[in-house]
Design a protein around this ligand. Sequence first.
Ligand SMILES: C[S@@+](CC[C@H](N)C(=O)[O-])C[C@H]1O[C@@H](n2cnc3c(N)ncnc32)[C@H](O)[C@@H]1O
Length: 204
Amino acid sequence: MIRAAYVIRIAKATLDVTRIRFRNLAGTSGRLDAACRCVISTLRNEKGSPRSYVKVYLVIDKGDVVLLDPNRIMLEELPISEVKMARMLLKLYDKGADVLPRRGLLNLVKDLRHEGYNVVLVHERGENWMKCLSKILSESKEGIAFILGGPYGIPREEEERLMSLNIPMISLGERRYLSSYCIAVLNFLLQGGEEFVRQVSCSI
Ligand SMILES: C[S@@+](CC[C@H](N)C(=O)[O-])C[C@H]1O[C@@H](n2cnc3c(N)ncnc32)[C@H](O)[C@@H]1O
């Protein structure tokens, strides 16, 4: 299975415990709830088992990066509720071992490229996945990293800088979906779903 990373830019999300009210997670955390849904969508498969070949980088607020790596956390203990996941993220953030303070999206992209990942921007205005996914995967021998925005999208300035790095842009269609939904689709495609979709569309 290809090594995969999801980089999720949740522009206004905070892990500041003094601001978050768990009874109103979405309203008090800058949509950390959406980040939590993305983590759940990424690290667990449809049967609820850990998906060990992926990792997640959350790029929050002013650019702090939080890494969720199955090799560094007990996946069996990964919560499936947003509130419990938010509590776990706060603990990770507080410990600091898997946090890159103020690293920012652009530097993270450079780090991932340096590690051999083929970095791809997931964007509704990109090239339709049916036309480009096979090529992108064949160019991703050492791994693929998908960048997605959260509910507020990727800040314009960061998006423009990403485009200037000539990062391929892949689209799942013209409609705009939740990022956690996009991750579920991408996971399906990575697990061989691309071939499945091609066969079904050839037979109808
Ligand atoms: C809810 S959307 C962001 C909406 C945000 N208000 C904006 O203006 O960008 C969350 C993220 O999911 C991804 N996304 C949503 N729909 C997509 C599509 N059809 N194809 C590819 N990516 C998509 C993008 O990465 C997007 O930043």
